[in-house]
Design a protein around this ligand. Structure first.
Ligand code: AMP
Ligand code: MG
Length: 338
């Protein structure tokens, strides 16, 4: 299949919307990562997303709309706390899971009775949803298991020949996927950390639960609250090992293991002390920049031919929790305490 690369002019946005209306697949920019969009109400189009990405058949998709009013037909009920969080964080990088209505095809939710919904803030994403007049199912626009895309080039690298179009809207501001929270339990449960932090959510709706799988590998035989938790994620070709320790311990360890093909995935301040090639992804205390740069950094390690990467463990506070969550998965939970 030929893959068109579109820009963000009104004419190209119309082209993207037309492709979506006719059941096609379009990679679109959002403030989190690029999403691979299809008409969420068209079961065949949704099935094609799974094929294009090589996504596991039991890993449900997030549906994107432009306002809370558009959610009403998609769910059986909107809990009060959803309104409270929507008021504060929508449009934005927060996904809320509610009980689904019959309108949402089982293909979107992989047979689950709940549906994940988000109202993105990115202008281009919103324009494409509005112009198509459709709710759009959109997982990250990468090959499943790999690193999520934060630029159109990442989508081109992964999906050329597999999708109808890719809309180039520049690089994504947040750079990590949305925060995901299950809203149909009496106490909402954080399933995936993101740019909207646990602390921010709790300041609006009070105490929430945090799923164990956020910072720990799933135990054998345990059914995950979110099917995506059980899959390998963000894995570059290089082997990634996270080192937990201060800057001196980190740099000493890396320098003692400075063999051919060894790279450092480190904070900006560490680079001058290291004897191996460094890929920096922000300053030590700047979790937002780390979030924005992590996925590009993981992709560039492979481009540069890294074999073994020692990553510095970020602090798991605020947005840092999301950075640690993604890095742990990229490293298949391999952590050395220094
Ligand atoms: P992605 O769109 O690739 O960022 O992944 C969406 C994430 O949301 C995956 O981890 C899914 O497993 C999760 N998710 C989507 N819908 C549901 C749902 N109804 N219940 C629980 N988790 C969900
Ligand atoms: Mg994904």
């Amino acid at each position: 299949m030929e893959t068109k690369v579109l820009n963000t002019t009104a004419q190209h946005i119309d082209t993207a919307a037309e492709i979506l209306k006719s059941g096609g697949l379009v990679a679109i920019p959002t403030e989190t990562v690029y999403g691979l969009a299809a008409n969420a109400l068209n079961a065949q189009a949704v099935k094609n997303i799974f094929v294009a990405k090589g996504r596991a058949q039991d890993n449900p998709l997030i549906v994107h709309v432009t306002s809370i009013d558009e959610i009403k037909p998609l769910v059986t009920e909107i809990p009060e706390k959803v309104y409270m969080l929507a008021e504060k964080f929508w449009p934005g990088p927060l996904t809320m899971i509610m009980k689904k209505s019959d309108l949402v095809p089982g293909e979107v939710t992989c047979g689950m009775d709940t549906v994940a919904i988000r109202v993105p803030s990115h202008k281009v994403a919103r324009d494409i949803i509005s112009r198509s007049g459709l709710p759009l199912a959109a997982p990250s626009a990468n090959i499943s298991g790999g690193v999520s895309p934060t630029t159109a080039q990442h989508c081109i690298d992964d999906l050329t020949g597999r999708v109808d179009a890719i809309v180039d809207g520049g690089s994504c501001d947040v750079g990590l996927e949305s925060t995901v929270i299950l809203m149909c339990n009496p106490t909402p449960r954080l399933l995936r950390p993101g740019f909207i932090t646990k602390e921010q959510i709790e300041s609006v709706i009070g105490k929430i639960d945090v799923d164990d799988a956020i910072l720990n590998p799933l135990k054998d035989g345990v059914k995950p609250s979110s099917p995506g938790m059980k899959y390998k994620h963000y894995s570059p070709n290089a082997k990634v090992v996270i080192l937990e320790g201060d800057d001196k311990a980190y740099c000493d360890y890396v320098n003692q293991h400075a063999d051919e093909g060894v790279f450092a995935l480190c904070f900006d301040e560490d680079a001058k002390q290291l004897k191996v090639p460094c890929i920096c992804y922000g300053e030590h205390k700047d979790e937002k920049t780390q979030a924005a740069k992590l996925f590009s950094a993981l992709r560039s390690m492979d481009e540069k031919g890294a074999k073994l990467v020692f990553a510095r463990m970020p602090k798991a506070d605020g947005v840092g929790l999301a950075v640690v969550n993604r890095l742990l998965r990229a490293a298949a939970f391999q952590v050395i305490n220094l």
